[in-house]
Ligand binder design. Structure first.
Ligand SMILES: [Zn+2]
Length: 248
């Protein structure tokens, strides 16, 4: 399989995993930057992630223009992906989701911050972007490059940003990483609400977050990926080039 075909296959798997783990439902999407062209990304046509096949994957320019649509309708919110790739050279994959777990944090002042070591990758404090601030009353969807650039600016150099009354965006250096952080962002939100019901929360300190991320490697993402592939009924494609897998 060529490098590009491998990436496409991994993107299909990412869609299935995010659906299986409840991060996306009928809506939400995951993209990858084109492995050979930094000015393009790959994203499915408008379809529920659970149903996506290789033939649904389309290439886009960073402004959201399809390269060869062949009659396929793109997601209305595809602009989110291009704007993040445009603003972040380090980002190779992007997830946009509407996980119900994160919505309460997007509409209140309650901070969403890591309370468990596995969730350190979501960043010390997940910021919230409010579409109303710059764009007034809208249907809350990010359907222009201008809105998407505003959202990407709120993300800044962080791994994740919440969207008020809408969902979240997670950006990272690989498909495996963004899927990992998307799932653990959802888990952290669930755990944080449970912990808050019990009392005051001891969040991870910035030093602890840094220490966790320093010892996190490809083996972490790989172990989770194999597990999630199994749960999603997708073949597992071992990535030995990503680093040692054993003993962690
Ligand atoms: Zn959305």
């Amino acid at each position: 399989m060529s490098a590009f075909a491998t990436v496409l296959d991994e993107l299909v798997t990412a869609n299935r995993i995010l659906a299986r783990e409840g991060v996306v439902d009928s809506f939400g999407h995951v993209s990858v930057r084109h492995p050979d062209r930094d000015d393009r990304y790959v994203l499915s046509r408008a379809r529920a992630p659970e149903c996506i096949e290789i033939d649904d994957l389309m290439e886009f320019a960073l402004d959201g223009a399809p390269i060869d649509a062949r009659g396929r309708a793109p997601y209305a919110e595809r602009f989110i992906h291009g704007a993040v790739y445009e603003s972040r050279a380090d980002v190779r994959a992007v997830v946009h989701h509407h996980s119900p777990s994160v919505i309460p944090f997007s509409v209140t002042a309650a901070p969403l911050s890591p309370i468990m070591h596995m969730c350190a990758g979501i960043g010390a404090r997940v910021p919230t972007w409010d579409s109303r601030t710059a764009f007034g009353d809208t249907n809350l969807l990010v359907t222009t490059q201008e809105m998407a650039r505003s959202l990407a600016a709120a993300l800044g150099g962080r791994p994740a940003v919440l969207m008020r009354g809408h969902g979240a965006v997670v950006a990272g250096a690989s498909i495996r990483e963004v899927v990992f952080n998307s799932i653990y962002l959802q888990l952290n939100a669930d755990l944080q609400m449970k912990a808050r019901a019990l009392g005051e929360i001891a969040f991870l300190t910035e030093g602890e977050i840094a220490a966790v991320l320093k010892t996190r490697g490809a083996f972490t993402y790989e172990r989770a990926w194999e597990h999630w592939c199994r749960r999603a009924g997708r073949p597992y494609d071992l990535r030995p080039m990503d680093g040692p897998l054993a003993g962690r």
